[in-house]
Design a protein around this ligand. Structure first.
Ligand code: APR
Ligand code: PHB
Length: 389
């Protein structure tokens, strides 16, 4: 089989790329190792920057997002028993949209099916070949039979554990990484959110986040030690710990209920450089990871994909490879700014086991500064709503 672009991975990065290419008349086949149900079963973050919403509009998949997404003009920081509102819209003139990544993935899958574009699910043993030459190929096994896909380019959109980045010899890539000594225990519940906007809480006992998926479905997280197990957390223990980390008004207002999902995610910062190797382009979690504190994961995946789609469209429509040549450099400039912001939000709000008294005082001073200074609030807001492309 032959296609113009072979896309590895049907997460939001691979599906969005496929959709932007399909609308430009460029043929792409997606190879995904899991089933559609498995892909849709993964619960991930749910905050979209306004530029991500623009990208989804361009891909023609924003109708339901505009109907069902919740536009948030601010967020709240809670510490020392009080909440402080950061008015994103007043400070920066832009807002964010609450719309789950699962829903984004759903909409993209529906659009791909409607366009009649090919996604091969449950493709096993995917391997990448000759991307340093003009004729790259991807091999995979489906239902026990081996297949080969010939293409002009390979887009590695297969997430952090995918095969694409690992197909590049170690001597050709440099890795920058920080692993944090804690994780997030997350609970999804069919309960109304505790407040109208997200609450990021910094507390002696650890960080907590109150988020939502809709007006009837909430998503909560608490910081836990890195070696903690979700099975050791009953719903009652989770709600009790969450309540203790919130300000009294939120603790009082919290509506609890049975968890629909409960899982622990480790926190990591990770960047691979470069992210283009000949005719292989990495995008999304395959190229970088951020801790979830700034909600940048999905948004960064979308900006990579937009740059890549533009580069490929320029190549096919104008026979100009300039956009593809600049891909790695352009993406990494935006990636590192989001890495910095996510690391900073994480450092500001979490309890670090090795923090001494001096480090704690600095953290308290920085929290005071962020909510007390219009300039510092604006810097947070500018990054939270997303830097312009
Ligand atoms: N072969 C084929 N598919 C693969 C392989 C492989 N060897 N390895 C992984 N995949 C698939 C995964 O099953 C998954 O569906 O690639 C897809 C990658 O999707 P995501 O992990 O969602 O990554 P991405 O599309 O870059 O989305 C980034 O997702 O993880 C969050 O925080 C992240 O929100 C961000 C967004
Ligand atoms: C989420 O709703 O899952 C979420 C929201 C904001 C974050 C991280 C996760 O910063």
């Amino acid at each position: 089989m032959r296609t113009q672009v072979a896309i590895i991975g049907a997460g939001p990065a691979g599906l969005l790329l496929g959709q932007l290419l399909a609308r430009a008349g460029i043929d792409a086949v997606i190879l995904e190792q899991r089933s559609p149900d498995y892909v849709l079963g993964r619960i991930r973050a749910g905050i979209l920057e306004s530029v991500t919403v623009d990208a989804l509009e361009r891909a023609g998949v924003a109708a339901r997002l505009h109907r069902e997404g919740l536009v948030h003009h601010g967020i709240e920081l809670a510490f020392d028993g009080t909440r402080h509102r950061i008015d994103l819209h007043a400070l920066i003139g832009r807002s964010v949209t609450v719309y789950g990544q699962t829903e984004v993935t759903h909409d993209l899958m529906d659009a791909r099916a409607a366009a009649g574009a090919l996604t091969i699910y449950e493709a096993e043993q995917v391997s990448l070949h000759d991307f340093d030459a003009d004729t790259p190929r991807v091999r995979y096994t489906k239902d026990g039979r081996q297949h080969e896909l010939q293409c002009d380019f390979i887009a590695g959109c297969d997430g952090f554990h995918g095969v694409s980045r690992q197909s590049v010899p170690e001597r050709s890539r440099q890795i920058f990484e920080r692993v944090y000594p804690f994780g997030w225990l997350g609970v999804l519940s069919e309960t109304p959110p505790v407040a109208d906007e997200l609450i990021y809480a910094s507390h002696e006992r650890g960080f907590a986040l109150c988020s939502m998926r809709s007006l009837t479905r909430s998503r909560y997280y608490i910081q836990v030690p890195a070696d903690e197990q979700a099975k050791d957390w009953s719903d009652a223990r989770f709600w009790d710990e969450l309540r203790r980390r919130l300000d009294p008004a939120a603790a009082e207002a919290l509506v609890t209920g049975p968890s629909i999902e409960k899982s622990i995610a480790p926190l990591r910062s990770f960047v691979c450089e470069p992210i283009r190797f000949g005719r292989l382009f990495l995008a999304g979690d395959a190229a970088h990871i951020v801790p979830p504190t700034g909600a940048k994961g999905l948004n960064l995946a979308a900006s990579d994909v937009l740059y890549l789609a533009d580069g490929l469209i320029q190549y096919y429509q104008e026979r100009d490879g300039g956009g593809l040549d600049g891909y790695s450099h352009k993406c990494l400039a935006r990636i590192w700014k989001a890495e910095r912001f996510s690391w900073w939000m994480t450092s500001l709000l979490h309890r670090f086991p090795d923090a001494d008294a001096f480090a704690r005082r600095l953290q308290q001073a920085e929290l005071d500064y962020v909510v007390g200074s219009a300039a510092a609030s604006a810097a947070l807001a500018e990054n939270y709503v997303g830097l312009p492309y």
